[in-house]
Design a protein around this ligand. Structure first.
Ligand code: SF4
Length: 471
């Protein structure tokens, strides 16, 4: 029997949540984590404070697995809580690395949840260890705890400004002490982080879909290089580090974020439709219908359909009850891993010339099987249209991509990929088309996985990241 990951996609990294000023803080954090489950499925956790006691509950698995006993919320008492969904991008997937991390230092309890990757954590860790720090985990996040503990500044906000000024890379952080929460976003603004409010309570979440669930209103995004402190005195804003150009992750709009979210002060749905429309303008197809690879490509496919005047149909149906991995019942039943997840609607596909819209191609293995399924359902022609450019380089800013050698577009031309997929035509959205489709009022975007140009230097520990990505 073989246990195999089903879907060939980059993995989102983590979702973070903070709640301040609601007596049901841990329950609200739990609901918010539910909305952010797509950002990490390996572990989940919540730390809460009733201002006297700080308590933690973490575990491996989905939010519903980790918080399966409602009594845990009585234990996680208080009006302050932070939470985390994890897909590990650094550090092995051990319980010890499960976030939020919680320590008791000379300033009292301090907890942290992190979305992203520090690009100079190898250097900082080495420096801190050579000066006597003893690390408890293998995550890059722990570096913040040591930098805060060593800061000579007087209050926690100043210590955090001091610590965060030394860190490079991508990070959206939610942190707490026993009586306040902090939220910070790296100076390049790579990962999203939003502030919300309901009555007197404040919320900080990775995406606004989490605010919708708990009926909170979005106030704004945390700004790049901004540290927010939320306490009984209200909200204070600080800035740390040098002012840098924004490089928001463009892949959040293409695939990672939920279409019902707002990130980087824009609706994901709107951008994703525009990607589909631009793709239709750049790469029309002589076909009868448009279908999507559900669910992540649905919105782009609708955009393609609208602009091309080809009817959008549901030609592939996704089984939502299959777990993240599939155990083959018997060796040799290789193609079952995709067929267990997707089935075709024969009446829709038979004798039709079909455009299949896919948001991105990583290895191409899943899409190859889908093209074969669509042909077997009787499609006359299969034209693949991808609403992002070819992925040629891995991500070092908090997304888990396969190594360069496994990225199909890093090793094959578009025509070679078409032959591999066995489709009648294959077209990708151009990099220019991608940049034309995203809102630029708030600043620029990282496009490194498509262009190979990394806007934030990868200092000292690139070897470590590459090693981990190739595991
Ligand atoms: Fe996003 Fe790609 Fe840049 Fe990573 S390399 S931050 S996935 S755009």
């Amino acid at each position: 029997m073989m246990n195999q990951k089903i879907i060939d996609k980059p993995k989102s990294n983590c979702g973070v949540v903070g709640v301040y000023g609601d007596p049901e803080a841990s329950r609200l954090a739990y609901l918010a984590l539910y909305s952010l489950q797509h950002r990490g499925q390996e572990s989940a956790g919540i730390v809460s404070s009733d201002r006297n006691h700080v308590r933690k509950h973490v575990g491996q698995g989905l939010v519903s697995d980790v918080f399966s006993d409602a009594k845990v919320f009585d234990y996680l008492a208080g009006d302050i809580a932070i939470g985390h969904n994890r897909y590990s991008t650094t550090g092995a997937t051990h319980l010890i690395n499960t976030q939020p991390l919680l320590v008791n230092g000379k300033d009292g309890p301090f907890a942290i949840s992190h979305n992203g990757n520090f690009t100079n954590s190898g250097y900082l860790r080495h420096k801190l260890e050579s000066e006597g720090s003893i690390f408890q985990t293998t995550t890059d996040t722990e570096v913040v705890l040591h930098l805060v503990a060593r800061s000579r500044k007087k209050d926690m906000a100043s210590k955090l400004v001091d610590a965060l000024s030394q860190i490079r890379g991508a990070f959206s952080l939610v942190m707490m002490t026993n009586d306040r929460i902090f939220a910070a976003r790296d100076s390049n603004g790579v990962r999203p982080l939003c502030l919300g409010k309901r009555d007197e309570a404040f919320f900080v979440v990775s995406e606004t879909c989490a605010l919708d669930l708990i009926r909170a209103e979005e106030i704004r995004s945390i700004k790049p290089g901004e540290l927010l402190e939320i306490s009984k005195d209200g909200i204070k804003s600080y800035h740390f580090g040098e002012k840098r150009q924004r490089h928001a992750c463009i892949f959040e709009f293409i695939y990672f974020a939920r279409p019902d979210s707002r990130i980087f002060d824009e609706n994901v749905d709107k951008v994703r439709r525009k990607l589909g429309k631009t793709l239709a303008l750049e790469s029309p197809a002589d076909a009868d219908i448009v279908i999507s690879v559900p669910d992540s490509s649905n919105t782009a496919a609708v955009g393609y359909s609208r602009r091309s005047d080809l009817k959008f149909e549901l030609g592939l149906i996704r089984n939502h009850y299959v777990g993240r991995t599939f155990i083959h019942p018997q060796q040799g039943m290789r193609d079952f891993s995709v067929r267990v997840k997707f089935n075709t609607v024969k009446g829709v596909l038979k004798d039709r010339r079909v455009v299949v819209v896919e948001d991105s191609i990583v290895r191409g293995t899943t899409l190859k099987q889908l093209v074969s399924l669509i042909r077997h359902a009787g499609a006359k022609e299969v034209h693949v249209r991808v609403s992002s450019p070819p992925i040629i380089s891995p991500c070092y800013y908090g997304m888990d991509f396969p190594s360069k050698s496994e990225l199909i577009a890093s090793n094959m031309s578009v025509e070679e990929i078409r032959k591999f997929l066995d489709c009648d035509s294959l077209e990708y959205l151009s990099l220019e088309g991608l940049l034309k489709s995203v809102p630029k009022e708030q600043g620029g975007f990282c496009t490194a996985c498509f262009s190979g140009e990394y806007p934030i230097p990868i200092e000292n520990n690139i070897g470590k990241f590459q090693h981990e990505l190739e595991e």
